[in-house]
Write a protein that binds this ligand. Structure first.
Ligand code: GLN
Ligand code: ZN
Length: 764
């Protein structure tokens, strides 16, 4: 039987092939574009995107995946949730207000920003605060009308759903929830109805929050919301979840909607089990999220087509859509321009524009039983196979070394207390040692040298000499400031992952594989495509040079295995745990090389350890088990006297104390200046046996903190951190700061540590 199958995506990247979106919005911020011009350029981008998706073969186009800055902020603005502090801004409710909410302005701070589920995208957190909600101008209807001008094919509108929107909004407690929802849901109804009336064939309501753990109250709230939407609108609502399986399937699958979009990549097991167990309503659309919206690899078309057929067994007569697992906004736009990559790698890649033809192929195969373009299918299979069998993925040396690891390789031979005694004797540091997190300001000169060197206009020797001069200058500055443990400054690094990726085997770097991190900020993650291998020291020269300039200790500075993994696109043929182990093994060799070269303190940064946590708590233990193991593999091969440090920013210590303890690092430095109350609280409840470096000032602001602000934090913490374990440092690296404010802030920090020593009456 011929079934109706649609080729769709949950959303398509709005940034454009060459980050046009970023350039437009930034020109507007710099007042190089008027609002009219901005609107015009944005409209052109949206129209071009629709035409491209149509040309690539989609049978349904999504409208509403575009944004002025962030889609959560678009909605907050649309519902008139404009916090008090932005109300006075001239031209209220215009883009000026909108961008002030996003980025702050001279006298108003920006809204809070936080991670979008477990992705590396960050959204603006809406604030309720008993706001009076109302529907401002419905931009989605405008976009829909605009789309109708450029295409005749079916248009699906998309919105982040009311449950997810409310869950991610702050500024209300349980008591205020009802009044919030009473206002919010009718506005959603109006919004959705307007879209239906403007000609949206369906409205995709994105509810990723329905993949999280839900309480009975949550479920009731969801049931109530969707009952109301059903009663108030005539739209075909496709309730779409992604990043995990739909929670409480048995209950939620009964919601009165026209269909469901489910993620069969990241929630494959849960969703398929639920369908097997509870069935799927025979009258509803199933949008099958089949093609990974978060990775960059070609998919195995045959396997995926068979998978769809297996699902069809349960829903023989339903309308189905084949689509991306989530919005393709988490995936770069096109591989077209990646001409410098090795062919064996490039051929195996599929960014958004290469994923859409995969969706189209599978759709047509499911519809007709034959592949529309069999040669493309076999070329794709061959490309996957070729990378699979390539030497880069079959490094026997690495495989062998990993196989030979024993339990001992993951542990330091002595317990911490014994190591501490040895380290104290060897290092002979004062009480409350002061240090920094690693990077110092990257001046315009440093950036210019690097640019010249990359272009081949500055020789390796000349570049190295310049960097050495800068390091020497900063060693002197640090000595003059009276810091106790020094750093070389990381002037040779643009990015803490890229730097190592460029030196390790198994990594590749693209020209243009950008994805949005937040607002107009895009990142270009490295690709880990092959076996990771260490071939030569990566940081030893810089560390040794810096150490030669001072009699104080200089820390060796590495990025940890889990952070390198979490901030990269990772091969999908072996487990993330296995890739983490390969990176850890490589770093272990670097740690050994640093130690051999006389470096006595080595810091292995893991700022991304926490953000790799799976969405559901039930999966945390597994992740933490291998992540902690990888860190330990990279750091356990040192002498007892060698001190291992680690660093994490914003780790919300309270519910993370156990994994941090498991790292068995001698010292951890943490962000505390913005959350020291919480930290003290958690240290009171749980004991943390290792050294703690308190981040006593916020490095995100150019403000120079007063000594007393820092002594306050230190004094408060003295009750919970034993003096011999107590370190003093800024919250994070100082790369993005200017030199004068950095020096002034560090001077006060050193003074604050002195106050503390005096208070305890210890000799300096
Ligand atoms: N060592 C790094 C630096 O100082 C750490 C950066 C980070 O934690 N994000 O820049
Ligand atoms: Zn940090």
């Amino acid at each position: 039987m011929k079934v109706s199958v649609k080729a769709a995506v949950v959303g398509y990247p709005y940034i454009g092939e060459n980050r046009e979106w970023k350039k437009i919005v930034e020109r507007f911020w710099k007042q190089e574009l008027s609002e009219r011009e901005l609107q015009l350029e944005f409209a052109n981008l949206r129209k071009a995107s629709i035409k491209k998706q149509e040309a690539l073969g989609l049978t349904q186009i999504t409208v509403g995946d575009f944004t002025y800055y962030d889609r959560m902020l678009d909605l907050a603005f649309l519902f008139n949730m404009i916090p008090e502090r932005y109300q006075h801004i001239e031209g209220a409710k215009t883009l000026t207000t909108y961008y002030a909410m996003a980025r702050g302005n001279d006298d108003t701070v920006a809204s809070e920003m936080t991670k979008w589920f477990n992705t590396n995208y960050h959204y603006i957190v809406p604030e309720y605060n008993d706001a009076k909600l109302q529907l401002n101008h419905n931009i989605y209807v405008d976009w829909l009308n605009e789309a109708k001008e450029v295409t005749g094919i079916e248009l699906k509108a998309t919105l982040i759903g009311p449950y997810t929107f409310a869950k991610l909004t702050k500024g209300y407690d349980e008591k205020q929830l009802a009044s919030f929802m009473i206002q919010l849901v009718p506005l959603y109804s109006t919004l959705i109805q307007q879209l239906a009336e403007a000609g949206a064939s369906s409205v995709q309501i994105e509810e990723p929050a329905l993949t999280l753990e839900l309480t009975e109250e949550d479920i009731r709230l969801v049931e109530e919301i969707y009952k109301q939407l059903d009663e108030a609108t005539t739209a075909n609502i496709i309730l779409t979840t992604y990043f995990e399986a739909l929670s409480n399937y048995e209950r939620l699958i009964k919601l009165p909607v026209a269909g469901f979009g489910l993620d069969f990549v990241h929630g494959k097991k849960g969703n398929i089990q639920a369908i097997r167990h509870y069935g799927f309503p025979q009258d509803k659309v199933l949008a099958i999220g089949l093609i990974n919206g978060r990775d960059i690899w070609r998919t195995n078309l045959m396997e995926q087509a068979q998978f769809v057929q297996a699902i069809q067994y349960y829903i023989p007569n339903n309308e189905i859509w084949i689509q991306s697992s989530c919005s393709l906004q988490h995936c770069p736009v096109t591989t077209k321009v990646e001409v410098t990559l090795q062919p064996v790698l490039k051929n195996a890649l599929a960014f958004s524009d290469e994923k859409i033809p995969e969706i189209v192929q599978i759709t047509e195969y499911i519809e007709t039983g034959v592949w529309p373009n069999p040669s493309a299918v076999s070329a794709s299979m061959k490309a996957i196979e070729a990378l699979q069998t390539d030497v880069s993925r079959n490094n026997a040396k690495v495989a062998n070394e990993l196989k030979q690891l024993t339990n001992q390789d993951f542990h330091r031979p002595l317990a911490f207390e014994e190591r501490l005694a040895l380290q104290q004797r060897a290092l002979n540091l004062p009480l409350f040692p002061t240090t920094t997190i690693g990077s110092f300001p990257q001046s315009r000169e440093v950036k210019a040298w690097r640019a010249a060197w990359r272009k081949g206009n500055l020789s390796d020797e000349a570049y190295e000499e310049k960097l050495n001069e800068e390091t020497t200058r900063w060693i002197h500055i640090q000595e003059q400031l009276g810091l106790d443990v020094l750093v070389h400054g990381e002037f040779e690094r643009t990015d803490m992952v890229e730097y190592f990726g460029e030196k390790l085997e198994g990594f590749a770097f693209t020209k243009n594989a950008w994805v949005v991190s937040y607002g107009s900020r895009c990142v270009k993650p490295p690709i880990i495509f092959g076996d990771v291998d260490w071939t030569a020291p990566m940081t030893v020269k810089e560390a040794v040079f810096a150490q030669s300039k001072t009699s104080k200790y200089v820390k060796g500075m590495l990025t940890g295995p889990v952070t390198i993994l979490n901030w990269s696109f990772v091969r999908d043929d072996i487990s993330r745990a296995d890739v983490a182990n390969q990176i850890a093994l490589a770093l272990r060799k670097e740690v050994a090389a640093l130690e051999d070269a006389g470096i006595r303190i080595i810091q292995v940064d893991e700022p991304a350890l926490r953000e790799g946590l799976p969405l559901r708590k039930e999966n945390w233990a597994d992740y933490l088990q291998w992540a902690v193991k990888a860190f330990k593999l990279s750091t356990s091969n040192v002498d007892n006297e060698t001190q291992i440090h680690t660093h994490m920013c914003y780790c919300e210590f309270n519910d993370f104390i156990e994994p941090i303890t498991a790292l068995n690092a001698d010292v951890i430095s943490l962000e505390t200046s913005r959350s020291h109350g919480e930290l003290i609280h958690s240290l009171q409840d749980d004991s943390y046996p290792y050294g703690v470096g308190l981040g006593v000032y916020d490095i995100h602001s150019p403000r120079v903190p007063e000594i007393v602000e820092m002594t306050d934090i230190l004094n408060d913490s003295l009750a919970v951190i034993p003096a011999p374990l107590f370190w003093v440092n800024p919250d994070c690296g100082l790369k993005t700061r200017q030199e004068p404010e950095t020096i002034a802030a560090l001077k006060n920090m050193v003074a604050a540590a002195k106050v503390l020593r005096e208070k305890l009456d210890v000799k300096q």
